[in-house]
Design a protein around this ligand. Sequence first.
Ligand SMILES: [Zn+2]
Length: 111
Amino acid sequence: MESVLKDVMGDESVAVDVQKKHISVTTIIIRILMYIAGACGVVGSWLLFMTIKGIVVAIPLFFLSIKILDLARVKYKLACPHCDTERAVKSNAEHYLCKQCRKITFVNWIK
Ligand SMILES: [Zn+2]
């Protein structure tokens, strides 16, 4: 545990500069539609769940909707500066933890 903390808190933390994507109006519209579809799916699955009979459909629909909502978010694929493992990072995240080497990388967003 101590060694993990040392890795995380130590001066091995690196900051990377990431250029922000230019997002077009079309992309924004698609993402809004994905959000609406995902939200409807969550509500729909909840209603189906209430009917008891609909549970079989409700559960996969719920996870599909969550997946759609997740895909609708702007993400960046960044390679870990320590071990080169690629990881999806949310837009505007200040830092991320690499699952592979357990090191924190700070992100400087460039507009
Ligand atoms: Zn790593």
